[in-house]
Write a protein that binds this ligand. Structure first.
Ligand SMILES: *Cc1c(COP(=O)(O)O)cnc(C)c1O
Length: 402
């Protein structure tokens, strides 16, 4: 360890835990494992059941359909969007949580992006994109009669074929390796080519500071259940900057995206502003859970969240170097922490075997077969002591599988 050689590493882990003011948040979360899987599904806050009971018993059971109007339910897609904005570097009125999955939200955004460039043939997506992004992009290209380019070298393809590109879909964090892509630079390259930039923020939101407005991003979407902690199947968010809000033509034209939904007229007249991104009646209880999950993240602020996540990740590598340095040869993520998102990936001989051996030891990680184990450093429910113990469990697991 780089710290004082005379200090016992377990004591040092405890010292670091006590020294970081964010460690106190760990008590708020209900999890009986060392939870290093926050890039997949974050754990609930212990207070969530009380919050849901407040809404179910106090609002739904008592006011019934009136609660949509009297308890702010109808506005929640936008109020949660505004609440999320500081985490995304967006301004109020630019983010909505319509109640859709990440996949449907991406579909909505990609079609709208292509419709903004009707005269261009290409839809560009990175080959390493999350599978659903590839599938949705493929469907959008077929639907709109465009050509899909699944790019092995995104920056080169954008440079060479830029004038043909209608929309380019990228992510600020590679879901496998955690490697970052610079939002401002990539968006600027898209704009230089005249293309619409679409971002999938699923692996970044809530752990990495984003600067959507400053970077002049065109459209962005992301998951609610990963680092944001909104719960299983939490709805996704959609970002549209002011300058595009009156121009985007979404394919999902549900009545909640109408300018006057309760007139119930026969033709669709899109709402002005971010409400245009809404679709139908949203899953209210899931919105409540997402709203509740955001409070501690906003309390702490995205820069502090990032600081701690980086610190935990670096400490993990330090502990691993102490316990079993040969495992570091399998690091599949950039060694420079600034070039990583909230997780890192290690190559091991059998990822699924390591995942289950770790779970037997109380440590939750995520296997990407055949050989990748992903380890996420969500800042509010992972502590330095847990990281120290997790590296011990990892070392034992690998030893046990030999
Ligand atoms: C997790 C994730 C998704 C998931 O899509 P769902 O519709 O929520 O299942 C999509 N894209 C990326 C980049 C993801 O990381």
């Amino acid at each position: 360890m780089t710290t004082d050689a005379h200090v016992d590493p377990g004591t040092e882990a405890r010292r670091r835990t006590e020294a970081d003011p964010l460690s106190r948040y760990a008590r708020e979360y209900a999890t009986d494992v060392i939870h290093l899987n926050g890039n997949s599904l974050g754990p609930p806050r212990a207070s969530l059941t009380g919050e849901l009971d407040r809404v179910v018993s106090g609002q739904w059971a008592r006011k019934h359909v009136r609660a949509w109007f009297e308890d702010g339910w109808l506005d929640l897609p936008r109020t949660i969007g505004d609440k999320l904005s500081p985490l995304l570097g967006a301004h109020p009125g630019q983010v909505v949580v319509a109640g859709e999955t990440t996949s449907t939200t991406l579909f909505n955004a990609l079609v709208a992006a292509c419709r903004l460039r009707p005269d261009r043939a290409l839809l560009l997506v990175e080959a390493g994109a999350f599978p659903t992004d590839l599938y949705i992009a493929d469907s959008v290209a077929r639907l709109l009669d465009r050509e899909l380019l699944i790019s092995q070298g995104f920056d080169d393809d954008l440079r060479e074929r830029g004038p043909e590109v209608a929309a380019a879909l990228t992510a600020p964090v590679d879901f496998r390796t955690g490697e970052r892509r610079d939002i401002a630079a990539t968006t600027a390259a898209c704009h230089a080519a005249g293309a619409i930039s679409v971002w999938d923020l699923s692996h970044a939101a809530g752990v990495l500071p984003l600067d959507l407005a400053a970077a002049r991003v065109d459209l962005a979407i992301g998951c609610g259940y990963k680092y944001l902690g909104g719960g299983p199947g939490a709805p996704a968010f959609l970002y549209v900057p002011d300058r595009l809000q009156s121009l985007v033509d979404f394919p999902l034209t549900g009545w909640h995206g109408h300018a006057r939904p309760f007139e119930m007229g026969p033709t669709f007249d899109p709402a002005t502003g971010i409400d245009r991104g809404r679709t139908g009646t949203p899953p209210l209880l899931s919105l409540i859970a997402l709203d509740h999950a955001l409070d501690p993240l906003l309390d702490v602020g995205i820069h502090e969240l990032r600081r701690r996540s980086l610190d935990l990740g670096e400490y993990f590598l330090e502990c691993l170097a102490y316990r079993r340095p040969e495992l570091l040869r399998g690091l599949a993520s950039p060694r420079d922490p600034e070039r990583r998102g909230g997780h890192l990936a290690l190559r091991v001989p059998d990822a699924e075997a390591v995942e289950s051996a770790l779970l037997e030891r109380g440590v939750l990680v995520d296997a990407r077969p055949p050989d990748l184990v992903r380890i996420a450093f969500a800042p509010l429910y992972v502590t330095h002591e847990q990281v120290w113990r997790a590296t011990g469990a990892l070392s034992d697991s690998v030893e046990g599988l030999r």
